[in-house]
Design a protein around this ligand. Structure first.
Ligand code: 6GU
Length: 245
């Protein structure tokens, strides 16, 4: 997989060398290229922003440097997916991460300030047909100062799903969000620590009982922390029925 990241703060992406992605880059599975958006400015001050039409607080990223930067990406015949991190985007989820992990080329345009002139995503979505699939994505309901931290989260979530990347495929399916539920609590040695004992079922060797316990813990935890994730069917079957037992 190739990933091109565009930002006015390319140093944010030094962190990719440390995370899981560092290993995939070394192995040749991942080709990450980080670009400074200011390299595509033409004025002495390397200007990337201007005041918003219609008024309002803050600055907006000018379209011209973005156009020149994105035009410079060789997307080949296959095309690429252009990700634009923005708090106004569709929600980035594990399902989207799985979808993106199947792509061969991602391009991420990280905006700062109040965002990028809307004609940039519009142009690449509608006026250069076939070159880019454009997705404006948000990583959650809170506001960051720019797209860089969101892009790091998106890259890490996607790259670990690329076939051949993770050593242990089993650990991928047992995780929070992969089955729509939060993961059950986990424990390791010692069996007793500061008077707190590991739940005895985990020491029982009864794999069926352990699987049932973990599923029940997942459902309970999800009902408590993320009730929005539970369908009425799961709530009825697992929580209401088992709690009545
Ligand atoms: Cl993708 N960008 C910014 N600036 N803030 C966010 C976000 C993205 N997702 C949630 N908040």
């Amino acid at each position: 997989m190739r990933i091109d990241l565009f930002s006015i703060f390319p140093a944010y992406f030094d962190a990719l060398d440390l995370s899981l992605a560092g290993k995939a880059r070394d192995s040749g599975l991942l080709d990450v290229r980080v670009h400074d958006l200011r390299d595509w400015t033409r004025d002495r001050h390397r200007t990337v922003d201007d005041t918003p039409y219609g008024g309002g607080a803050g600055m907006v990223m000018k379209p011209e440097p973005w156009g020149e930067a994105l035009d410079s990406v060789d997307v080949g015949a296959e095309g690429a997916t252009l990700l634009v991190p923005t708090p106004a985007g569709e929600r980035f989820t594990q399902a989207m991460a799985r979808e993106l992990a199947a792509r061969s080329h991602l391009v991420v345009a990280c905006g700062r300030y109040e965002g990028i002139d809307q004609r940039v995503p519009e142009y690449y979505a509608e006026h250069v047909a076939g070159r880019f699939e454009v997705r404006e994505v948000s990583v959650g309901d809170y506001v960051l100062n720019g797209g860089e931290v969101a892009a790091l989260a998106i890259c890490e979530a996607v790259v670990r799903l690329v076939p051949g990347f993770m050593g242990n495929a089993g650990s991928l399916v047992e995780e929070s969000h992969e089955d729509g539920l939060l993961e059950a609590p986990v424990y390791t040695k010692p069996a007793s620590w500061r008077g707190l004992d590991v739940p005895p079922v985990l020491l029982s060797g009864d794999h069926g009982a352990i699987a049932r316990w973990r599923h029940e813990q997942s459902v309970r935890r999800t009902a408590t922390r993320r009730p929005d994730l539970l369908s009425p069917a799961v709530l009825t079957d697992d929580v209401l029925l088992h709690r009545a037992e």
